[in-house]
Design a protein around this ligand. Structure first.
Ligand SMILES: *[C@@H]1O[C@H](CO)[C@@H](O)[C@H](O)[C@H]1NC(C)=O
Ligand SMILES: *[C@@H]1O[C@H](CO)[C@@H](O)[C@H](O)[C@H]1NC(C)=O
Ligand SMILES: *[C@@H]1O[C@H](CO)[C@@H](O)[C@H](O)[C@H]1NC(C)=O
Ligand SMILES: *[C@@H]1O[C@H](CO)[C@@H](O)[C@H](O)[C@H]1NC(C)=O
Ligand SMILES: *[C@@H]1O[C@H](CO)[C@@H](O)[C@H](O)[C@H]1NC(C)=O
Ligand SMILES: *[C@@H]1O[C@H](CO)[C@@H](O)[C@H](O)[C@H]1NC(C)=O
Ligand SMILES: *[C@@H]1O[C@H](CO)[C@@H](O)[C@H](O)[C@H]1NC(C)=O
Ligand SMILES: *[C@@H]1O[C@H](CO)[C@@H](O)[C@H](O)[C@H]1NC(C)=O
Ligand SMILES: *[C@@H]1O[C@H](CO)[C@@H](O)[C@H](O)[C@H]1NC(C)=O
Ligand SMILES: *[C@@H]1O[C@H](CO)[C@@H](O)[C@H](O)[C@H]1NC(C)=O
Ligand SMILES: *[C@@H]1O[C@H](CO)[C@@H](O)[C@H](O)[C@H]1NC(C)=O
Ligand SMILES: [Cu+2]
Length: 566
């Protein structure tokens, strides 16, 4: 499936051929997802992992713009599961969104849940992944959204499109890694490998023979659908000898941006054109971490795959040049240069008049130790927060509680503005700021509000690092970012309101800030969280409730009868 040949939409005959070939399309977008354990061997060791349909990475979903997909999720594993359709707006349909205890209770072993994936404006690449505990490490796959019939890409149709899924592998069972660091209060153990399409590549033991190979014909152009499904690191990616041209961010077209390397955060996708125009040979593609903190441990290994011009058997020798791990300038020289296409056919609609201004700090915290065994800094227990509240999952999902007016599950009043002003990015933040409150609070937004949300990174616990912040239910325009403390008088003067990129995940720079805008016209209960999995586990999360509008078409859809019970 990885080299799946997609139709050039200019040639209906080719499209017809694909319809015959590809079951999923003929089935009107119905898929069965059977969640089950399967044995996989990586890095010389075999272990059982959670999968969908026994596949790792999981099956690809194919759609055209505006389609609705129906997915029957059967849990035949021994672990609870939920599935999230990352970046899909799901208008009025938070029921199918997936984050555990936010919009649903887990699908328990033996249970089934039918989810509807409602696509609207998304076009390009998105992905799906599990959204409870650390199950997304192995339960994920791509969603490929093609232009509608009779419409086309805003660039010459590629010869072929190929998902490039970046992943992360622990030799140990990830549930054990998770339980261990939550119990100890320390950082999680670093992983043992990164993966490209499920394979670590030539630089790891016992992996060379299985390295992913992309076969290309000289003179052709390929569309790489790069997905960062890594748990804990932003990644640099490059192909030796070849430039890459980004053409879409998170399923929204962008102005073509040609660079020798790309940067992609967990939660983000990048559609990238690759011109096979170099000397026919074999070339390495490679990815490794961008991790900006000098104190936070990370996996510093490099995953590789091979770009092979057909019939060329010489093994590749040179790795592509990738920026150094902590090169923040290199990371933002790409992230900051990605702009919306903003064409007549693909216009932007950036909210201009803002009705709701939000200012959220995102911080690492050090909590007092409940016993004497905490292994965080100075014997504390590591945590994370938004506006100094470390999010605690309820035991019944918030959507259910909201819909049925069940009290005691969550509280309103998540602060719109950080409750304490201080020098967020100072070299030394006072130690007595380090602890966070714990709670399950939501921020309630009126339907149709125009929202500006500024994320401010802090240097609490001396642990400033980039945070890829992800919002469910919406994509947002990234109108600005910068280093140091956000200046509410000066910084907005430099906002890009002309062609800001539309994304569902924004990288808040280390010791810096990022500003996003969106119109709150999708009623529901929507999770917002850091997409570094350890930060999510530590509580760098909050929930928006966007109220219903007055019109029947602006209210949440009725609750499906088969919602999993708690
Ligand atoms: C992983 O570890 C957990 C906790 O020990 C266990 O319940 C689970 O069965 C293990 N999962 C797999 C796939 O082996
Ligand atoms: C984490 O790393 C420590 C130190 O290397 C090791 O003792 C422990 O077994 C590891 N735990 C897991 C779950 O991998
Ligand atoms: C690979 O195997 C060699 C020899 O067994 C060993 O010394 C080395 O530590 C291994 N490397 C990794 C990354 O596991
Ligand atoms: C890649 O782009 C750089 C600068 O944009 C250019 O100097 C270089 O020749 C290009 N390389 C290839 C292989 O096209
Ligand atoms: C990766 O980290 C290990 C220890 O964590 C260190 O020994 C090694 O030198 C690092 N490698 C690189 C390439 O930085
Ligand atoms: C990156 O790390 C290197 C090696 O640890 C260090 O010398 C350099 O100052 C760091 N650069 C930045 C920008 O932090
Ligand atoms: C905040 O801290 C930074 C880094 O130490 C420093 O450069 C800056 O001057 C401080 N800002 C204020 C307003 O004190
Ligand atoms: C966060 O709340 C905790 C607990 O109330 C408090 O100790 C700490 O100073 C607060 N920190 C900030 C930055 O507001
Ligand atoms: C640990 O405690 C020392 C001494 O009080 C302090 O200087 C240091 O900043 C603390 N580190 C953290 C991460 O809290
Ligand atoms: C929401 O905004 C849309 C478009 O701006 C408008 O057509 C609609 O009437 C508004 N609905 C409400 C309830 O304000
Ligand atoms: C699975 O989900 C149910 C329902 O929320 C919960 O009671 C149970 O504790 C969960 N099991 C595990 C192992 O987390
Ligand atoms: Cu984070």
């Amino acid at each position: 499936m990885l080299n799946h040949n997609m139709p050039s939409i200019f040639f209906p005959l080719a499209a017809l051929f694909i319809f015959v070939q590809c079951h999923a399309w003929g089935d009107h977008g119905h898929y069965d997802f059977v969640v089950k354990e399967a044995s996989y061997t990586r890095l010389c060791e075999t272990k059982k992992i959670l999968t969908v349909n026994g596949q790792f990475p999981g099956p690809t979903l194919y759609a055209r713009k505006g389609d609705t997909l129906v997915i029957n999720v059967h849990n035949q594993a021994k672990h609870n599961i939920t599935i999230h359709w990352h970046g899909v707006r799901q208008p009025r349909n938070p029921w199918s969104d997936g984050p555990v205890y936010i919009t649903q209770c887990p699908i328990q072993p033996g249970a089934t849940f039918t989810q509807r994936v409602i696509l609207t404006d998304e076009e390009g690449t998105l992905w799906w992944h599990a959204h409870n505990d650390w199950t997304r490490a192995t339960v994920h796959g791509s969603i490929q959204i093609y232009p509608r019939h009779g419409s086309s890409y805003p660039f010459p149709a590629p010869h072929q499109d190929v998902p490039i899924i970046l992943g992360q592998w622990w030799k140990k069972n990830v549930t054990e890694v998770l339980e261990e660091f939550l119990a100890s209060g320390a950082s999680p153990n670093t992983s043992d490998a990164f993966l490209i399409n499920g394979q670590p590549g030539d630089l790891y033991n016992c992996s060379k023979q299985d390295t992913f190979k992309l076969n290309v014909e000289y003179g052709r152009t390929y569309l790489l659908r790069i997905i960062n499904a890594v748990m804990n690191e932003i990644m640099f990616f490059a192909i030796d000898g070849h430039n890459l041209t980004a053409v879409a961010t998170d399923a929204a077209y962008s102005k073509p941006l040609t660079r020798e390397y790309m940067v992609i955060a967990p939660g983000q996708t990048l559609d990238v054109l690759l011109h096979a125009d170099q000397k026919p040979d074999q070339y390495y593609m490679a990815a490794r971490a961008y991790s900006s903190s000098p104190v936070i441990p990370f996996d510093n290994t490099t995953t590789t795959a091979i770009l092979q011009y057909i019939d060329n058997q010489n093994p590749p020798s040179e790795l592509p040049r990738l920026p150094y791990y902590n090169d923040t300038n290199a990371a933002f020289s790409v992230l900051g240069a990605l702009k919306a296409l903003a064409s007549e056919e693909h216009p932007v609609s950036v909210p201009n008049k803002i009705s709701t201004k939000l200012f959220f700090t995102v911080s690492i915290n050090a909590q007092p130790c409940p016993n004497t065994r905490c292994q965080g800094p100075n014997g504390t227990h590591l945590a994370a927060s938004v506006n100094n509240i470390s999010f605690v999952n309820p035991s019944v999902d918030i959507l259910e509680a909201y819909y049925y007016h069940i009290t005691g599950v969550y509280k309103n009043g998540f602060p719109s503005i950080s409750p304490l002003m201080f020098n967020y990015t100072a070299d030394y933040v006072p130690l007595n700021f380090n602890a966070a409150k714990r709670g399950t609070k939501v921020n309630v937004i009126r339907y149709n509000s125009t929202v500006e949300l500024v994320f401010q990174g802090t240097n609490q616990v001396g642990s400033s690092i980039d945070h890829p912040m992800h919002l469910h239910g919406y994509s947002f325009y990234i109108v600005g970012y910068g280093f140091g403390n956000f200046d509410k008088d000066k910084d907005p003067l430099n906002y890009n309101l002309v062609d800001p990129p539309l994304r569902n995940t924004v990288v808040v720079p280390r010791n810096g800030w990022a500003a996003v805008r969106f119109k709150a016209d999708n009623p529901g209960v929507w999770f917002m969280h850091c997409h570094l999995e350890r930060h999510l586990s530590w509580g760098m999360n909050m929930v928006f409730i966007v109220r219903n509008g007055n019109h029947p078409k602006s209210r949440i859809l009725p609750r499906p009868a088969d919602m999993p019970p708690c």
